[in-house]
Design a protein around this ligand. Structure first.
Ligand code: SAH
Length: 253
């Protein structure tokens, strides 16, 4: 009798373990089809750091635009940072990218992007391609990005990087961006990531009616101000000072 009971208990335990083992093995089938984005994130070793960057450095400081937050979460900043600085990719600071230039602090990239209130069918112009990171963030949000870089080596590098990462809606030009890119004007949005002394008149001209430009102005070693330029539907221009900043100077060819 006791032996029978033991055998039955043993059998029950064996069946339980067998069924649990099966379920464990087959669990990916039961989990359904995971979201493609999540699969991609799992392969990206920086996905968690980037999500933290967005939460702590950007959302907590007041950037609210969900589309901007999503874009910042998506674009792999570490791809645009020099190899020896890759571990700092998601830290709260600008980083050197060579040629005495920098990739902007993530918060500043997000703040400036939010100020532009972009739409999916917008055409945007960037002056100061640098690493190509800001262009990639813009490309995630608008239809087409035109970006100009004055340092040949940086422009070429950014062009290759953007292409290899699949940002097909970005065109990079090497040259002096002071005069804008008249062939593609007018622009819904213009972003300048190097500081001229004053706002270049050609850039105001190339802004579409209803368009916005975000641009730092000021001297090299003096205070700089981030300014939001708006052109209304009648072509009237207003300029607001929005933030004290520090950018590399806009140089001329
Ligand atoms: N947006 C960049 C930040 C680049 S820093 C990024 O996301 O990495 C500013 C860049 O502006 C530098 O690469 C600098 O070479 C470039 N620059 C300076 N003067 C310029 C000009 N007149 N025309 C185009 N680019 C310019």
């Amino acid at each position: 009798m006791t032996l029978k009971l033991c055998l039955i208990i043993f059998l029950i335990i064996t069946v339980i373990f067998f069924v649990r083992g099966l379920r464990h093995k087959e669990s990916p089938m039961f989990m359904g089809n995971p979201d493609a984005g999540e699969q991609k994130q799992a392969r990206d070793p920086f996905a968690n750091e980037r999500a933290l960057m967005v939460d702590r450095q950007i959302r907590d400081r007041g950037v609210k635009d969900q589309k901007v937050l999503k874009a910042m979460k998506k674009v792999p900043r570490h791809e645009f940072v020099p190899d020896d600085l890759i571990r700092h990719s998601y830290s709260d600071e600008p980083l050197p990218i060579g040629h005495a230039q920098t990739i902007s602090q993530p918060y500043i990239v997000a703040f400036m992007t939010e100020m532009l209130e972009l739409d999916g069918d917008d055409i945007a112009l960037e002056i100061g391609t640098g690493s190509g990171y800001q262009a990639a963030v813009l490309a995630t949000l608008v239809k087409q990005v035109y970006t100009i870089e004055i340092v040949d080596a940086l422009g070429l590098q950014a062009k290759d990087k953007l292409k290899s990462l699949g940002y097909d809606n970005v065109e990079v030009k090497i040259g002096d961006g002071y005069n804008g890119w008249p062939e593609h004007a007018p622009f819904d949005a213009i972003i300048v990531t190097a500081a001229p002394k004053d706002i270049p008149a050609p850039l105001i001209d190339q802004l579409k009616k209803g368009g916005k430009m975000i641009i730092p102005t000021g001297g090299v070693n003096s205070a700089q101000t981030l300014r939001l330029v708006k052109k209304d539907m009648d072509g009237k221009v207003t300029i607001d000072n929005v933030l004290a900043v520090r950018f590399v100077p806009l140089t001329r060819k």
